[in-house]
Design a binder for this molecule. Sequence first.
Ligand code: FMN
Length: 390
Amino acid sequence: MLRFETAGESHGECLVATLTGLPAGIPISVEAIDRDLWRRQQGYGRGGRMKIENDHAEIVAGVRHSKTIGSPVAILIRNRDWENWKDVLAVEDTGGAENPRKPVTRPRPGHADLPGALKYDFHDARYILERASARETAARVAVGGLSKALLAPFGIGIASHSIAVGPVRLARPAAWDEIAALSRREPVVLGCVDLETEARMKAVVDEAYRTGDTVGGVFEVVARGLPPGLGSHVTWDTRLDGRLAQAIVSIQAVKGVEIGLAAEGAAEFGSKVQDTIHYDREGRRFTRGANRAGGLEGGMTNGQDVVVRGMLKPISTLRRPLESSDLATKEAAPAAYERSDVCVVPAAGVIGEAMAAFVLAQAFLEKFGGDSLPEIRRNVEGYLEQVKSF
Ligand SMILES: Cc1cc2nc3c(=O)[nH]c(=O)nc-3n(C[C@H](O)[C@H](O)[C@H](O)COP(=O)(O)O)c2cc1C
C-alpha cells in the first residue's frame, strides 16, 4: 500500500515527507521534483513569503543512484525563513525574561485559528496556523513528484491549469498539449491557457490588491494515459472518484470538487450528459463520444482522461481584516494580519496534480502490484493485452 505522511510547521526548521510502498527501480529526477516545487511557489497574487523560500527537495532515504530501492523515501524541504523564527518557534523552552513568541490572539474567520485553539486548548493560535498553513503542501508536491515518477514510465502524465479566478472563467475547452505546456511556461502568471482570459483574471487580482481583499477560483487537473479499471465499484472506499475527491478537498482552502462536467451535467437531461460507447475494430478498442464523465465511471477509470477540478475559496487572511474576537479578552477586535497571499489558484493546481498523482499511483499499484519496475511492467503488459483481446 502506497502511503505518505508529512510533518513540519510553516516557519519551523523544515518540512518532512515520507512515502512508503514505492517499488524499486523507479527513475527519480530531483530536478523534476524541484521544478514542481518552484511551480507551487509561483503565480500572480502570491505574498512576500514565496520570495524568501526557494524550495529544494533533499532526498535523504529510499533513492540511490537516481532510482528508488523499495524502501521508504524521505524528503526534507528546508524553510529559509526559519532563520527569522528560531526564537519564536524554539524547540526547547529556554525561559528568558523576554517573551519571544508572536502570539496570534485575534483568530481569522475562515482559517483554522479558532477551532484549532479551542480543540488544542491554546489561547494563542500561533501553533495552529503554523501547521494549518499551506506551506505544508510543499511536502505534498514532493510526494506528488515521486508518484508522477512511478506513473511516467507507463506513459501516464498529469497536468493542471486555472479555469477561473474570481468571477473570470475560461470559456473554452483546453487541449491536453496546451495544459501540459503550461508546466514549462515562465512566468506562470495565473496558469491559464488563454492569454486574453488570463489578462482579465489578472485584473481581478489587481482589484483585490487595491482593496485589501483576496480571491479564489477553480483549477483543473487532467491525467492522461491511464488504463481502464483503476479503482473499483465494489465498495465505497475503493471508488476512485471518492478517493480523488478527498485528496483534492484536503488541500487547504479547497471547498469543492468536481469530476468531469458535474455541475453542467446536473442541469441537463441524461441524453446530453452520458458519453456514448463505440468500437474501433482496427485499433481493437472501445471509444467514447465525449468525456463529460471526466474519465471515471462506477468509481473506475474508463481509459479516458481523468478530469478533476478543485474550487478554492478566497484566502482568509485579509489586509483589510474582518471582525473577530480576541481569544484572551473576548473583546471585539479586527482579525490578525500576517504577510499573506491574495490569489493561489495556479499553485493550488500544482498541489492538485500532486494529490491526484498520489491517489492514481496508489490505485495503479493496487491493480498491478509488484516490488520492482520490471515486475510491474510485466503485470501492466499482461493486463493491457487482456483488454486489447477482450
Ligand atoms: C497554495 C496555497 C497558499 C495559501 N496561502 C495562504 C495565505 O497566504 N494566507 C492564508 O490565510 N491562507 C492561505 N491559504 C489557505 C489556508 O491555508 C487555509 O484557508 C487554512 O489552512 C484553513 O483551511 P481551509 O480553508 O481548508 O478550511 C493557502 C492555500 C493554498 C492552497
